[in-house]
Design a protein around this ligand. Sequence first.
Ligand code: NAD
Ligand code: IPM
Ligand code: MN
Length: 353
Amino acid sequence: MNKYEIASIPGDGIGNEVVPAAIRVLEAAAELHGGISFNWVNFPWSCEYYLKHGEMMPEDGLNVLRNFDQIFLGAVGMPELVPDHISLWGLLIKIRRGFEQSLNVRPAKLLRGLESPLKEPNNFDLLVVRQNSEGEYSEVGGRVHQGEDQIAIQNAVFTYKETSRAMRYAFELAGNRNGLVTSATKSNGITHSMPFWDDVFKEIQKEYPSVKSESAHIDALAAFFVLRPQMYDVIVASNLFGDILTDIGGAIMGSIGIAPAANLNIDRKFPSMFEPVHGSAPDIAGKGIANPIGQIWTGKMMLDFMGYPEIGKLILEAVEDTLESGIKTPDLKGRATTEEVTNSIIDHLKKKA
Ligand code: NAD
Ligand code: IPM
Ligand code: MN
């Protein structure tokens, strides 16, 4: 029996609904497999925790987490109570950076039983590799002066090491898929970092002569995600561009509530963190109607990364069986609750024994 220690951080809002749901599915998957088990340790770090303790997680939080095999996180953010830049940089981004989770892998594809809002979705199946630790999200900058003299400066940071790492990973993935990498750029408007990005891309593409590659400006690419997503395979993007593209990825699948993600430390020096694309959805939190599929599919990505793709595949099939049977939450125009969707996925999973 292989036993894994997983840190669970439900966080805020619907994180508290979808994380327990996904844990139930992962437990059922472990039982089905027979050779793995999980020990879940729950951490209440969240905006509520911040309001009580003045910090999003204890000072030694990263030291506590580093002993775990993986981290399973829901969502962070209660903007009415705590400003987002405080809550996110105090927990989510702190973990991503502290554990050098420099790649964020986010698939988007048409699931069986789901209707895309696109008229002609043409079975798109794409994977965004988002640089996850630098780029437009940087701590370099500041605010000075008052009133009409106020100035805000935010410097983007692009390192050769991390830019090339993200691109190489995209080429590796594409080599095992449909063999196309698209680089999201904006070198027509951003004159230092993006021409640098393009230069690194030209260099890395030479290492993979059997993989096709192209560059597209992010504005056009965003439109093409809607108009012809089937043209893409693997897309490599900076932190901000990848963030925006993957909300579109969720939308064209049918809902951002089903979009999964993995924050990877590919060297496996630190735990990786598995957390869906969506946020804490304060508008529907506490109603029992959050779609658990994003978190469940994220759990599948965790199993893939841990070396159990065969069981991960069964989870996604059980999700598709459930969608096909019409059991859907309101974001997918259904009437089912979080619990009903989760129960149905578990039932379908058990049938695969
Ligand atoms: P959001 O993803 O929370 O919500 C956007 C819309 O999608 C809302 O209408 C919401 O109801 C819906 N939605 C999201 N997930 C859903 C699900 N599982 N089922 C059904 N509907 C779902 O984005 P937002 O409103 O911009 O952000 C809310 C808070 O979450 C903010 O504090 C934001 O900073 C934070 N956030 C956190 C993460 C994270 O921790 N990974 C990601 C994105 C946003
Ligand atoms: C995401 C989120 C985060 C990001 C925010 C909440 C900081 O939008 O994971 O997609 O932009 O990385
Ligand atoms: Mn986002």
